[in-house]
Structure formats: structure tokens, C-alpha cells
Design a protein around this ligand. Sequence first.
Ligand SMILES: Nc1ncnc2c1ncn2[C@@H]1O[C@H](COP(=O)(O)OP(=O)(O)OP(=O)(O)O)[C@@H](O)[C@H]1O
Length: 280
Amino acid sequence: MDPILDIRNLSIRYQGSAEPAVRNVSFTLGRERLGIVGESGSGKSTVGRAIMRLLDTAELTADKMTFEEVDLLNASERQMLKVRGQRMSMILQDPKFSLNPIQRCGHQIAEAYRTHVRCTKAEARQRAVEMLEQVHIRDPERVYDMYPHEVSGGMGQRVMIAMMLLTSPDLVIADEPTSALDVTIRLQVLRILDGLVRDKGIGLVMISHDLNLVRAFCDRVLIMYAGRLVETLDAKHLDRAQHPYTQGLLAAQPRIGGPRGPLSVLDRQDSWLNAQGEVA
Ligand SMILES: Nc1ncnc2c1ncn2[C@@H]1O[C@H](COP(=O)(O)OP(=O)(O)OP(=O)(O)O)[C@@H](O)[C@H]1O
């Protein structure tokens, strides 16, 4: 089956920056959960925003960058408006910044529905309530009428996912979707995302700092370091990592139940990148 995403040699340089934020990154995505892991500033979110074509202030080059039949390098903004929000969606870390603070949660979902589908206000409301049910909100009529500041972080994140599901996207990019949530709520949100991959066959890109989370949740993992893709591994075979950066990340993970001792600290080496700045 053709991949949902096919990216070859993607490089991105922000205007005014001497160094590219992303260099020669290549990967494909099928109907699977793909993790992108790396430290802060390694370029993970830049890759996510590039796929959505949300980088106005950056120069982007690639040999190929396609989403299904859409050529993301050459698509017009008009085409992208149709693709973005309908066939591909993004979930960000904190719903507080994504939801409109002065509109009731359900109203925001209903209005989003009406931008895509011609229908009455009552039909849009009905659809919004159904979406809230789909993300396991127990009392959807009540949550429909709540303002974003009245719902918890986990509930807000589910409202965002409900909004995203309106158009049955094929690709979801989740950028640290659970970092602001406590452990039990995090599991609920992950279960919903997992259901989307299993039941609806979407492709999910999960951007995260958390190697343990990605290891448990994803099928494959891309490891980024200093804008480069240093390694791609099956999540269940992370322990077979060859690159010293990945090995260092794994060694730096605290282990519950293991012997206590000082946590290992990642010691970066210039030799991880060669003189041309490529992965050694
Ligand atoms: N709008 C921007 N303008 C200029 N430089 C930027 C911009 N956004 C990000 N950068 C730079 O690009 C590099 C990659 O940033 P990016 O946010 O993609 O990293 P990240 O791995 O997602 O980090 P984090 O985990 O902290 O979100 C960093 O050096 C960052 O400072």
C-alpha cells in the first residue's frame, strides 16, 4: 500500500538563521503510529509544521514531500486550506492555547463543523455532541455548554480531538499531546489516539520528548538530533539502537524498580556529526 506521507531529504532553514533547523530528513508513514523523539530544539515540531505547511518564515527544500496524492512542495495555499483541517490535523500540547477562551467548547466544535458541511445549527450541535461522545466524554450535553477555562486539561484535549475528528482525517500530527496531562488522563487520551489508528486506519505522527511513552505507544520511532534524523527503529527494538545518541538517551531514562544509583547524563560528542554536519 502507498504510504500516507513520503518525505525525502527535507531541509528547513528559518529566515535569519545561519544553520538549518532540519537537514536531509527522510521517512515514510503508513497507517501506523510513528514517534519522533529528540531533545528540545532538535527540529521535531519544525518537521510537524512543515508537513502541515505552516512555516511562513522558513525556506523549505526536499526531493519529495507528498501526503497521499498531494504534492506538499507545490500545492497552492488554496489546496492546502482544503487539506489542512480536513484530511490532516494537528493536536498541540496545551488545549488552552488552541481553544477560543470566550466560546463554549461545544459551540466551537459545531462552528468548525459548519465551516466544512452545510447544515442547520441544530444539526451541527447534534454532530458536536456525538463527537464529544466519541472521545468518551460522559456528559457531552453539559460539556458542550462549558467554557474552556471550566474544563480540565484532559477534557480540553479531548474537545480538541473531537473537533479534529469531525472531518475524519487520514493523518494526525500530535505534538506533545499529553505532556500537560497527569498520568491517568494521559492514558485516556492515548487510548483515543490508538483507537483512531486501529479502527479508522489513520496515520499518526507522535512528537515527544518521552522515549518511554513512545516506546510503549508507537510502532516505529525516528530519533532526531540537531536537526538530523540519526536513526529509525521499531519501537519494540529500541534496545538495538546503533547510534550513540540513541544509546545515550536510553541510558538516561530512569528505571522504576531497578537498582538505585546516579542517573546517567548524556555526554554529547562532536563525532556524532561529521565535518559536513551529517550523521556520522
Ligand atoms: N519560528 C522560528 N523562527 C526561527 N527559529 C525557529 C522557529 N521555530 C523554531 N526555531 C528553531 O528551530 C530549531 C528547531 O526547533 P523545534 O521547535 O522544531 O524543535 P523541537 O525538537 O520541536 O523542540 P521542542 O521539543 O522544545 O519543541 C530550534 O533551534 C529553534 O530555536
